[in-house]
Design a protein around this ligand. Structure first.
Ligand code: DOR
Ligand code: ZN
Length: 335
């Protein structure tokens, strides 16, 4: 039987939520990942030092062992330098949301006025705090990410030493930016390596595949696959696994988010194997992220094998991508 071993898998973009949801989903990521960059879009958002410390403690209390590192983030505001200095040791990155663009982002940035942002971004650059960005405008849904490229250019050129992570990229335009600016990097989800808009709304509407940014065109999928499968050194895996209760997904006004945390490694093995690129998965799932973020996760070894795995119908009331369907790789052991 074909097997494949991954060392220290990292999820560089994860929603763990809080309360009961946190209790339910954190163990699923902690089982198969060494660590994850945890998004700050709680209600209210994580935006001060006490919030970060307390949220990290709640995450650690929700995971069954110590072999999972939550890399904490702050919700971007135009913070001053003294504040950033006081919180720098507690965070791995700061996450910027355009105001109102997605779930719990109302308090985000409403105008990309570089002069208003300069103090914060220059301080982050000096302190080597990466800026993670949800890159969408409020334009036509299929064009939102491509339209945001001019803002990435503005940020990247004004702060050439600031590491800017284009989160969950979905377009060929974003892929092209990687080679244009030295300081731009990207995370890619597993669902955006599989889906196009057709899968979401081309037949019966699929609420569990609906997320922001929405999956795009076949040529965008091809561009994402080309950099992921080659493990381009500036791309890394970030699931954007975003759990919502079943009734919020299967409802009028479906919440955005695809829940993939417990099936991500299995799906990635399937994709990379299909293209004959399994050997590149280690860089995509961990090594690139370690170099980009300068992090050194604790040892963890996950072995997967090529055998049928039926995805559970739900995990404590959260429906995963491909619920009830059979994947061709399964987790065999975790050490
Ligand atoms: O689909 C999404 N869900 N995209 C985001 O940017 C946020 C996330 C969530 O928090 O549910
Ligand atoms: Zn997200």
């Amino acid at each position: 039987m074909k097997t494949h071993t991954l060392l220290m898998p990292l999820d560089m973009h994860l929603h763990l939520r809080d309360g009961v949801m946190l209790q339910n989903v954190a163990p699923l990521s902690a089982y198969s990942f060494s660590g994850a960059v945890v998004m700050p879009n709680l209600v209210p958002p994580v935006e001060n030092k006490a919030d970060v410390i307390a949220y990290k403690a709640r995450i650690m209390a929700a995971v069954p062992n110590d072999y999972f590192e939550p890399y904490m983030t702050l919700f971007y505001k135009n913070y001053d330098k003294a504040f950033l200095e006081s919180v720098a040791d507690e965070i791995t990155a700061i996450k910027l949301y355009p105001a109102g663009i997605t779930t719990n982002s109302e308090g985000g940035v409403s105008s990309f006025n570089i002069e208003e942002m300069r103090v914060t971004l220059q301080a982050m650059s000096d302190m080597e705090i990466p800026l993670c960005v949800h890159g969408e405008t409020d334009g036509f849904v299929m064009d939102r990410e491509a339209e945001f490229m001019s803002i990435y250019e503005l940020l990247a050129s004004n702060f050439p030493k600031l590491k800017i992570i284009m989160e969950h990229i979905t377009t060929k335009e974003a892929v092209a930016m990687l080679d244009k600016y030295e300081n731009l990097y990207a995370t890619i989800t597993v669902h955006h390596l599989i889906l196009t808009l057709d899968d979401v709304v081309g037949g019966m509407m699929q609420p569990h595949l609906f997320c922001k940014p929405i999956a795009k065109r076949p040529e965008d999928l091809d561009a994402l696959l080309s950099v992921a499968l080659e493990a381009h050194p500036k791309v890394m895996f970030g699931s954007d696994s975003a759990p919502h209760p079943q009734h919020k997904k299967e409802s009028c006004g479906c919440a955005a988010g695809v829940f993939t945390a417990p099936i991500a490694l299995q799906l990635l093995c399937e994709i990379f194997d299909q293209f004959g690129k399994l050997d590149n998965l280690q860089a995509f799932i961990s090594d690139n992220a370690q170099s980009i973020y300068g992090i050194c996760p604790e040892f963890k070894e996950i072995t997967l094998e090529e055998r049928p795995f039926v995805v559970p119908a739900n995990y404590s009331g959260v429906v995963p991508m491909y619920a009830g369907e059979t994947l061709s790789w399964a987790i065999e052991s975790v050490d």
